[in-house]
Design a protein around this ligand. Sequence first.
Ligand code: MG
Ligand code: MG
Length: 251
Amino acid sequence: MISIKSHTEIEKLRKAGYITAGALDAAGSAIHAGMTTRELDRVVEKYITSHGAKPGFKGYGGFPAAACISVNDVVIHGIPGNYVIKEGDIVSVDTGAYINGYHGDSARTFAVGKISDEAERLLKSTQESLMIAVSMAAPGVRIGDLGAAIQKHNEDNGFGVVREFVGHGLGRDLHEDPEVPNFGKEGHGVRLREGMVICIEPMITAGDPAVRVLDDGWTVKTVDHSLAAHFEHAIAITKDGCMILSDPASY
Ligand code: MG
Ligand code: MG
């Protein structure tokens, strides 16, 4: 069931999104070669708790940390740990602040120092595709329209679109209906309506889009070990477009 959020609920989601965005800013400022992914997770958690929120991911389905930190060929759901971040890595940080009963959820892939041209292009294409979908989102537009646009942009750039994991609705629960795939057909799927809150989150690979889940039950890697990028915004559908909930500039 797709819930339609009231103005009051959207304000609460905006607050959660604002703290989430700040936590990602903090991660982006702190990230450097030589730090572990666990240390980076602590930066995120400290930011969230010091702003009066709780890390919404910690304990969700048993996930042990405040952020999913996914390096290079890890697409999503990387568990922070002893990995030491290196110059040239691309590091995806996905997190959410939980406050007043509502979740934030946003992700960015950071470049650590000088990265390869391929990695640079992958990050650019993934982020561009997210913003294309955000710019389209409005009442009457279908979920399939968003997916088709994300798919086309990345495939035209020679990149792969992960099929097994998708975006979602957001609210009192971290994952609500509807599913928001990063692929699809124009004119298909649920029509967006004012008051819907969704997360759009392209997960894009430099090579083949096939992924596998490691034995830890979380870490999702590309099968061919190609690089992967992940950008995510939570948006609220408004009367004539949408509002990004996880962008400090739009607050
Ligand atoms: Mg996320
Ligand atoms: Mg999400």
